[in-house]
Design a protein around this ligand. Structure first.
Ligand code: KIV
Ligand code: ZN
Length: 514
């Protein structure tokens, strides 16, 4: 076995909090983003792209607080090649000190130049160079992305890349913005840049692939085979449209197929993968499909008799990775029970990566005790579901205080709901087509926020008859925005009501920030 060398290292640039969060319905609040950033640090990603600071005050605050509190990875903020964007990004990443990175981007393809930017090639180069120089005035670590690079003429891509490296860019990121590339061609593009960009030895090449054709991971693998040394990716592959390259897939592919990828390696602490995937799914409300590679519920399940027989005789007959390598252990059952004290509870949630103090810790503990009263086994997923509800107590948020539903096959389903908002109790009742509909109608009457439920999905988060039901709702608001909310309870009507309220609170918080 040979030792890992720095030249074979593939840097993992995680953009879950920026490109991932751009995914419809996936928005996270400040507390949630901080938890994800801490989890990414435990996973040992090299760079966290924490947001697009100029996009909103919420984005700015998130990048700034992540830069202030998260130790280890570099912290990047995105900016267009526009002075204001770069100044705001610089201010947001400043608390990270020399771990701060500004990531500037500008589209280079003919389609974008002609139709979106209406700029000639020379103007694009001028703006890109000016953007990099401006960023360089604030930080040493500047990344440049020629947006839609995979549809850009190769000779122009070389020209832009040379110019921005001369201007001080130390990372050149090649995005396949619309997921159009195919592996062989994308690999050739990277090889071409390595060969033709005069000063390429002064920068690291990253790639940023979208998954519109389901090829994001394959394209990224081909890119690293051809000399890229950074992969931009997201947990669970979430992101714009069909998503981005999935972090867990690229990392495990490189690790499992060392025979094919030579000595390439990443610094990812893989036993944190499963937990981080669950956390991101919980906080964004975006389900991981059961058959998703690496982290899907079926990824390590063997159903057919032939496979089970083979597994019993020799695991490697049907298993190419150990579940333990991604942190999947059968012993993830919580050793705490309803008699556990607050101290043990606090220690366990810290191991899960959550930091709650004071009143929030007490409320989460109270919820844990009441769940332990109803449910025999409590799993880490049960706990994450509880903790999610206590990450940020947003002022002005509605909290479910009481819910009663009356339903049956010949009664009109009716719900009585009491909500608490800043200490005030608000109560009403309404009917509906079913108990969930009645509860949601009542919430709409109380909050006076009109919204349309576009999706309601129920999943059991752990096992057993007393498992918590996890409800994910997607709601469209009058301004056209689409938000996803998630909540869990052993009672699915209550989970539905809480998930719906979660969306309403996010909508109100967003409206407040605008
Ligand atoms: O997909 C893309 O081109 C991007 C850039 C901002 C890197 O997300
Ligand atoms: Zn992207």
């Amino acid at each position: 076995m040979t030792a890992n060398t720095e030249s074979d290292r593939v840097l993992i640039f995680d953009t879950t909090l920026r490109d991932g969060e751009q995914c419809p319905g996936a928005s996270m609040n400040l507390g949630e983003k901080l938890q994800v950033a801490q989890a990414l640090a435990r996973l040992k990603v090299d760079i966290i792209e924490a947001g697009f600071p100029v996009a909103s005050p919420g984005d700015f605050e998130a990048v700034k607080q992540i830069a202030q509190t998260v130790k280890g990875p570099r912290i990047a903020g995105l900016a267009r090649c526009v002075d204001k964007d770069i100044e705001v990004a610089a201010e947001a990443v400043a608390p990270a000190g020399d771990r701060g990175r500004i990531h500037v981007f500008l589209a280079t393809s003919a389609i974008h130049r002609e139709h979106k930017l209406r700029k000639a090639k020379a103007e694009i180069i001028k703006a890109a160079v000016a953007g990099v120089k401006k960023a360089k005035g604030f930080v040493e670590d500047v990344q440049f992305s020629p947006e839609d690079a995979s549809r850009t003429e190769l000779d122009f891509l070389v020209e832009v890349t040379e110019a921005v490296i001369d201007a001080g860019a130390t990372t050149i990121n090649i995005p396949d913005t619309v997921g159009y590339a195919i592996p062989e061609e994308f690999g050739r593009c990277i090889a071409y840049l390595k060969e033709h960009v005069r000063n390429i030895d002064q920068a690291v090449i990253h790639v940023h692939c979208h998954n519109d054709l389901g090829l994001a991971v394959a394209n990224s693998l081909e890119a690293v085979r051809n000399g890229a040394r950074g992969v931009e990716c997201t947990i669970n592959g979430i992101g714009e449209r069909a998503g981005n390259c999935s972090l867990e897939e690229i990392v495990m592919a490189l690790r499992t197929r060392k025979d094919a990828y030579g000595e390439l390696w990443t610094g990812i602490h893989t036993p944190e993968i499963y937990r981080t995937s669950r956390l991101v799914s919980q906080l964004t409300g975006l389900h991981v499909q059961r058959n998703k590679a690496i982290v899907g519920a079926n990824a390590f399940a063997h159903e057919s008799g032939i496979h089970q027989d083979g597994m019993l005789k020799e695991r490697s007959t049907y298993e190419i990775m150990n579940p333990e390598d991604i942190g999947l252990t059968t012993g993830s059952e919580l050793v705490l029970g309803k008699h556990s004290g607050r101290h043990a509870f606090r220690e366990h949630i810290q191991e899960l990566g959550f930091t709650l103090e004071g009143e929030r810790l007490q409320q989460a503990y109270d919820d844990f005790i009441s769940l332990a009263d109803k449910k025999k086994h409590i799993y880490d997923d049960d706990l994450i579901a509880i903790l999610q509800q206590h990450l940020e107590v947003v002022r002005g948020a509605y909290v479910l205080n009481y819910l009663h539903v009356s339903t049956g096959n010949i009664t009109v389903p009716t719900a009585t709901v009491r909500l608490e908002k800043d200490g005030e109790l608000l109560e009403d009742a309404a009917c509906g087509d079913g108990p969930v509909d009645a509860a949601l109608n009542t919430i709409e009457r109380i909050t006076q926020v009109s919204a349309t439920l576009t999706d309601f999905a129920l999943q059991s988060i752990t096992t057993g008859k007393d498992a918590q039901g996890e409800v994910t709702v997607t709601v469209r608001f009058e301004d056209g925005s689409l938000l996803t909310g998630k909540a869990s309870s052993t009672d699915i009507v209550e989970a539905g009501a809480k998930a719906y309220l979660n969306c309403i609170n996010r909508f109100l918080a967003k409206a407040d920030q605008a």
